[in-house]
Design a protein around this ligand. Structure first.
Ligand code: BTN
Length: 245
């Protein structure tokens, strides 16, 4: 069930599409495609990544037959580029909902979780030509039925095991594609920010991000997390891993 195929994907994605059974990583392929001038909305999809890239130089697992690795070519304006990860997280959450998954939340900034376990990773990569933004690659990896062991199993999970739903990966990829493109056309809209903010489970929690500790009280429209520290000051954090304390 749920075999990913080029034909299955092309049945629902009417855009330039590269599909691979196995690649090192979909992001550099999309980066090269972007530099070659492909239009926004082009997408690279793979069944397996042998050298998947995670945030902060980490490895991202995409074993064959279990996950989705998608890299979207987007061409936002520089002032909206910061919203690319926000739109990715909202699109994944909406796609999960579409497939009947419940208990979905976003851990700041863009970790989509089901029952508190991370089921998706998002890696944006911007491409600049001198001071001109050529575009942004939005890399999204979704754990559909990947299994995790050891320490990773404490924090990461897969949609099928957590939700009890059987997911057709072609159908999931097609819905995700259309949710990404929906929000790509509305990057400036307050609805995107509101949708993301309402899904954030981090607000209200005691957190530590780098050396800033306190209560996460809100986010601002740029996506930054606002943390009220014990001294009563509010600090704005723009990136980092959240530790719930
Ligand atoms: C994270 O560490 O949370 C981000 C992981 C991003 C993984 C996706 S899978 C598709 C794209 N290709 C990669 O090599 N990485 C991103």
């Amino acid at each position: 069930m749920g075999d990913l195929t080029r034909d299955g994907l092309m049945a629902g994605i009417d855009a330039p599409l590269q599909y691979y059974e196995s690649v090192e990583s979909t992001n550099p392929l999309a980066l090269n495609w972007l530099k070659d001038g492909v239009s926004a909305g082009a997408v690279v999809i793979a069944d397996e990544q042998r050298l998947g890239r995670g945030r902060l130089g980490r490895h991202w697992q995409t074993p064959p037959g279990t996950a989705l690795a998608m890299s979207f070519v987007l061409r936002p304006t520089p002032d909206t580029a910061g919203r690319v990860t926000m739109l990715g997280a909202v699109a994944v959450a909406e796609t999960c909902e579409h497939f009947g998954v419940t208990d979905i939340g976003i851990k700041w900034a863009n970790d989509v979780q089901v029952q508190g376990k991370k089921i998706c990773g998002i890696l944006p990569e911007a491409v600049w030509e001198q001071s001109r933004l050529l575009g942004v690659i939005l890399g999204i990896g979704v754990n559909i039925r990947t299994t995790f062991s050891g320490e990773l199993a404490q924090t990461a999970g897969s949609i099928e095991a957590l939700s009890g739903q059987v997911i057709d990966r072609n159908a999931f990829a097609i819905t995700l594609y259309h949710r990404v493109m929906h929000w790509y056309g509305r990057m400036r809209s307050p609805e995107l920010f509101d949708n993301w903010r309402q899904r954030l489970t981090t607000i209200g929690q005691q957190v530590q991000v780098g050396d800033v500790a306190g209560q996460a009280v809100d986010v601002d429209e740029s996506g930054a997390l606002l943390i009220r520290t014990d001294s009563g000051q509010t600090q704005r954090v723009i990136a980092g891993d959240v530790l719930i304390t």
